[in-house]
Write a protein that binds this ligand. Structure first.
Ligand code: SF4
Length: 278
C-alpha cells in the first residue's frame, strides 16, 4: 500500500491549476501553427494573434484567457493507494490556493439561483475512477463558459444512425458559431445513457490533440466529422475560414438497444488540461 499525503495532493492541484491556465499545451500550439499555413487574410491574422497571445501567456506566466474556467478534475485512484484524509477536500484546497495565489479569475457561484461568487473557484467538479495499482492520476481541466455553454446532449434513436449523429454534431458547432471561440476541439460522446454520453464527451477532450480513436468506426467518424466541420466556413473566432476545428475526438460506450445518446462538448482554442501521476 502506498500512502499519499493530502498536502502533496493539494500542492500538485494548485500547481496544475496555474499551469493549465497559463501554459498552452505544446501540441495544441503546434496544431494552431499548422492551421495558420492553410489560412489566408483575416483568418490567418486571427490565428497569428492567438499564437502570440498563448506565447506571451506562457513566457510571462499569466492566463491565456480571462475566463480561467470552472475546474473539472478527473481522478484515477489505484487500489493500492491510501490517502491520509479527504481526497475531495485536498483537491478543493488545491483549487482554492491555485486560483487565489495564481491570480486566476474566480468564476464559480455558490448557487445557480443566487449567483454569489465563492471567491476561490471552489467547489471543483470531481470525477473519481477506481483502478488497479499504486498510482494516483489527477487531471485538471479548467473549462470556460463560452464553449461549455454551447455544448449539447441529444437522445437520438438507433434509426437516426451515423447520419443523425453527424447532423447533430455539425448543428451544435454551427449554432455555437464564434461564441465558442474556435478553432475548437470537438468532444463527442456516443452511447451509454444521458449522463454517460456527456461524461464521454468531456473525457474525449482530455485526449492528446494528435491521438486517434482506437475503435475503427469511431476513428472513421472522427476524420469525417473533422472534414465536414471544417467545410462549414465558420473559421477562427467565427469570422470565416477553413479551420473551425483542430480536432474531433469521439469516445463510445455500449448502450441500450433502443437508444442512441449523443453529447457534444465543445472546447475552445484555449484547450487546457494538465496531468500529474503520483
Ligand atoms: S471560450 Fe475559451 S477562449 Fe473563449 S472566453 Fe471562454 S475560455 Fe476564453
Amino acid at each position: 500500500m502506498k500512502t499519499i499525503d493530502t498536502n502533496i495532493i493539494t500542492n500538485e492541484v494548485k500547481r496544475l491549476c496555474i499551469e493549465a491556465a497559463n501554459i498552452i499545451d505544446k501540441k495544441v500550439l503546434c496544431s494552431i501553427k499548422n492551421a495558420m499555413k492553410i489560412e489566408q487574410g483575416l483568418s490567418k491574422n486571427i490565428l497569428a494573434q492567438i499564437i502570440e497571445n498563448d506565447e506571451i501567456a506562457s513566457n510571462e506566466n499569466v492566463p491565456m484567457c480571462q475566463d480561467t474556467g470552472i475546474t473539472v478534475v478527473f481522478v484515477e485512484i489505484g487500489n493500492e493507494v491510501f490517502i491520509n484524509g479527504s481526497l475531495e477536500d485536498a483537491i478543493n484546497k488545491g483549487v482554492s490556493l491555485g486560483y487565489t495565489e495564481g491570480y486566476l479569475r474566480k468564476s464559480v457561484v455558490k448557487s445557480p439561483l443566487n449567483r454569489v461568487n465563492t471567491k476561490d473557484n471552489t467547489p471543483a467538479i470531481i470525477h473519481i475512477k477506481h483502478t488497479l495499482g499504486d498510482k494516483l492520476k489527477i487531471t485538471i481541466c479548467p473549462k470556460g463558459a463560452g464553449s461549455e455553454n454551447m455544448s449539447r446532449v441529444k437522445m437520438l434513436v438507433p434509426a437516426d444512425g451515423i447520419k443523425g449523429i453527424k447532423n447533430f454534431v455539425k448543428e451544435t458547432v454551427s449554432l455555437a458559431g464564434g461564441r465558442a471561440c474556435p478553432p475548437l476541439v470537438v468532444g463527442v460522446g456516443i452511447g451509454g445513457n444521458l449522463e454517460k454520453s456527456a461524461l464521454l464527451a468531456k473525457e474525449a477532450l482530455l485526449r492528446n490533440i494528435d491521438d486517434e480513436a482506437i475503435d475503427l468506426d469511431a476513428n472513421k467518424l472522427e476524420k469525417e466529422l473533422l472534414a465536414e466541420i471544417n467545410s462549414l466556413n465558420i473559421g477562427p473566432m467565427g469570422l470565416g475560414g477553413k479551420t473551425t476545428a483542430l480536432a474531433v475526438k469521439v469516445n463510445i460506450y455500449p448502450c441500450h438497444i433502443a437508444s442512441l445518446p449523443v453529447a457534444v462538448n465543445l472546447q475552445c482554442h484555449a484547450s487546457r488540461h494538465k496531468v500529474v501521476i503520483l
